[in-house]
Design a protein around this ligand. Structure first.
Ligand code: EPZ
Length: 424
């Protein structure tokens, strides 16, 4: 097992290249189920979750290979293949909940799917009732037997879908289910995340008829068939926002390149409120500098365009040593405060009350051994280690590697004293 060793004290200086967005790349790759032929995806981040999705697609008889940094996907068609080409086994779904993203496209294209029921994870139960309810409304027959979702349909028909709550992968699954359905599907209470828009941009390139993505109502007119296409994955707004928090922690002056500034405005506004100097130089370039000491600020995580839940842990790490008291409310997941116990071991003064964490900034956190509980909590611990006094050892870093491409390497290039070593 490996760990990250961080010695604080160095400022971050220079340029950092933001990678493609994990949460855009996963549904984009799943779209390759919808049409036979060859796809070329560029700016795909090099992550464990991407490797898991490519393995999953291989199991569905959809091959992939690298061409330089691009990924070439070849769908030779699943029709006539054995049942395996419609099945996603437990070991893959256990590794990555986002495996559920193949359910909609498999039903749309091959009319059947057998996917292990995704379990919960550290941040919550993560149910998929909304996905299932919507697909049944579209004509799918769905059984849950022996831990597997077994789905089939004669065909999917367009209809009105009203989500009880905003669900990102639920919206993405139903958009991918509806592009080949008979008739029009209208999704109300749809997720507005930029990653949903990225998916719809690819589907339109493939010939789909979609309007309203980026708003809370998405209209899809089903078409007879789609064609493969090439696509460049959007920049990762969560990775870029994480680097802004790292700067707030360590100090310095950095430039983020390939950062989707247009989809980061709420995070930028909030970090400006804490005293960070941030200049959006153009749509893809952000300069940030830490001039004054960080002041506390409150956040409530909400669906896009609100403050992203995927940035809650990283922001809390910065607030742990800010001047004043910050109230951090988690509005999306029921258990996304696993990082609080680890931050308190570093000396943070945090009290949990219902869905909120009351964070009283302390002068200094102290470096120690801490454990990542999930992907974004891990990133938050790295941010905390950059501002803590002394040395920190961060364990279970595979969580971080699921969602951050070369995170320690990028921080080291900016001047941070961080290295990956084998745990004793
Ligand atoms: C996506 O997860 C992201 N993952 C998550 O990022 C992100 O935190 C989350 O959206 C919220 O923004 C990907 O895009 C691959 P949801 P998703 O369905 O789609 C409840 C990361 O760190 N719900 O929007 O699984 C659910 O329990 C990951 O990159 C139901 O009750 O999240 C949650 O409370 C973590 N029933 C809320 O809705 C359902 O059928 C939002 O979940 C679906 C969701």
């Amino acid at each position: 097992m490996e760990k990250l060793v961080v010695n604080s004290g160095n400022q971050l200086l220079g340029d950092v290249d933001i990678s493609g967005a994990k949460n855009a790349a996963l549904p984009l790759l799943a779209s390759s189920i919808l049409a036979e032929g060859e796809y070329c995806f560029s700016n795909v981040p090099d992550l464990l979750d991407i490797k898991t999705m490519l393995t999953l697609l291989e199991g569905l008889c959809i091959s992939s290979k690298f061409k330089g940094k691009d990924i070439i996907i070849k769908n030779d068609g699943q029709d006539g293949q054995d049942d395996k080409s419609h099945m996603v086994a437990y070991d893959l779904v256990k590794k990555m909940r986002a495996s559920i993203l193949v359910l909609g496209p498999l039903l749309a294209k091959t009319k059947k799917a057998k996917i292990s029921f995704p379990g919960g994870c550290a941040i919550g139960e993560r149910p998929i009732d909304q996905h299932v309810k919507a697909l049944i409304a579209m004509g799918a027959r769905i059984d849950v037997k022996h831990g597997y979702i077994e789905a089939n349909c004669d065909y999917l028909k367009g209809c009105d879908i009203n989500f009880d709550m905003i669900t990102v992968t639920g919206t993405e699954n139903i958009v991918m289910a509806s592009v080949l359905a008979k008739g029009e599907t209208v999704i109300y209470n749809a997720a507005q995340e930029p990653e949903v828009v990225d998916l719809c941009n690819l589907l339109r390139k493939m010939g789909a008829q979609i309007e309203g993505d980026g708003s809370n109502t998405i209209r899809v007119k089903g078409v007879e068939g789609l064609e493969p296409a090439s696509y460049r994955v959007m920049g990762d707004r969560i990775e870029a926002s994480t680097f802004l928090c790292a700067l707030a922690a360590a100090g310095g002056d950095i430039i983020l390149r390939n950062a989707p500034a247009g989809s980061m405005s709420v995070v930028i506004e909030k970090l400006l409120e804490t005293g960070l100097e941030i200049h959006v130089l153009d749509n893809n370039t952000i300069r940030a500098r830490k001039g004054i000491a960080v002041k506390s600020a409150d956040i409530v995580t909400q669906p896009y365009p609100g403050f992203p839940t995927d940035m809650q842990a990283q922001f809390m790490a910065v607030m742990s040593s800010a001047a004043g008291v910050s109230v951090i409310t988690e509005g999306i997941f029921e258990n996304r405060f696993m990082h609080v116990a680890e931050l308190k071991r570093m000396g943070a003064d945090i009290v949990l009350k219902d869905h909120s964490a009351i964070v009283k900034g302390v002068r200094n956190l102290t470096g120690t051994d801490v454990v990542c509980t999930d992907l974004r909590a891990g990133a938050g611990l790295v941010v905390a280690a950059l501002l803590a006094e002394g040395r920190s050892n961060i364990h279970s870093i595979y969580h971080i590697e699921r969602g951050y491409d070369s995170f320690d390497e990028k921080l080291r290039l900016l001047g941070a004293d961080i290295k990956k070593v084998e745990s004793e």
